[in-house]
Design a protein around this ligand. Structure first.
Ligand code: PAF
Length: 281
């Protein structure tokens, strides 16, 4: 696998592949790769002739008091894992390459409504940062297909909406969440948890499982949410939000709605974890 910080090298390689009629799949990441990312790469290998990954810890999507500086940087291990999984090219731009005029002077992308609530409300500016960097990376890489984990369910919908609204000729694929044996969704931020917090954090998935079963058995959504919040607090979480929404567009769940998703964000200590569970009522 070739690693480059140069936009021109990525463009030249993709131009050569596309000229031969070959397809390119793209997996953008912030590094510190785990099995969830590797599953994206392996899925990408099945869907295109060539796979490009990127590692860029995007300052624009971090709030002022968030973990930008502490975010784990593990380039050598990531390069090995990407090579083993079948990626051919890795783009590791510097912040100066991505934001040469600084972030304040940068044109940005904002996806209305879907980007404003849930994580968008708790982390103002987060989805502006995500949409802007993903748009820039798409313009650099020009992939035919791009893959994202469903663990970041709202992020996936924000990106799908951006691609549709801006008529980008890119197929967006959502890939199932990969979980630890305990049920805890894999995330780079799990590395901030102590062993005992990791055990407690597994409760989030269990609580969502029970919620979905109870709603499917006819329990009112508001009651299911109240019970689940109490259980999360009991398990040591500080819930940020726990809601049931339409799984097609994250709008409020209407009485007749069948395709639903539980979306959750909760703090375990100082670590903010997110997860979700789609189900049919
Ligand atoms: O999901 C992530 O790792 C990031 O939000 C992404 C999509 C790579 C954009 O920085």
């Amino acid at each position: 696998m070739i690693t480059t910080q140069e936009i021109t090298q990525i463009r030249e390689q993709v131009r050569v592949w596309h000229a031969k009629g070959e397809t390119v799949a793209f997996v953008p990441t912030m590094g510190n790769l785990h099995l969830g990312h590797i599953t994206l790469i392996k899925e990408a290998v099945k869907r295109a002739d060539h796979v490009i990954a990127s590692i860029f810890v995007n300052p624009m999507q971090f709030g002022q008091n968030e973990d930008l500086d502490a975010y784990p940087r593990t380039l050598a291990a990531d390069q090995q894992a990407l090579t083993d999984a079948g990626a051919e090219l890795l783009f590791t731009p510097t912040p100066e390459t991505i934001y040469p005029k600084g972030m304040e002077q940068q044109t940005f992308i904002e996806v209305p409504e879907i980007g404003d609530e849930l994580c968008g409300a708790s982390r103002p500016g987060h989805f502006r940062g995500v949409a802007t960097i993903v748009c820039k990376l798409f313009n650099i890489v020009q992939p035919d297909v791009a893959l994202f984990g469903k663990k970041d369910f709202q992020q996936l919908l924000v990106i799908k909406t951006m691609v549709e609204d801006l008529s980008m000729p890119i197929e967006i694929i959502g890939v199932e969440t990969i979980r630890e044996e305990s049920g805890l969704a894999m995330s780079s931020r799990n590395g901030y948890l102590s062993q005992s917090q990791k055990g407690q954090a597994a409760k989030l998935k269990q609580v969502m499982d029970v919620m979905s079963q109870e709603i499917q058995s006819g329990q009112a959504i508001v009651d299911a949410i109240a019970e689940a919040n109490a259980e999360l607090i009991e398990a040591g979480f500080k819930p940020d939000y726990l809601e049931v929404r339409s799984s097609t567009d994250l709008s409020s769940a209407q009485a007749e709605q069948k395709a639903l998703v539980i979306v959750a964000a909760a703090y375990m200590g100082t670590t903010r974890l997110i997860d979700n569970l789609c189900f049919e009522r």
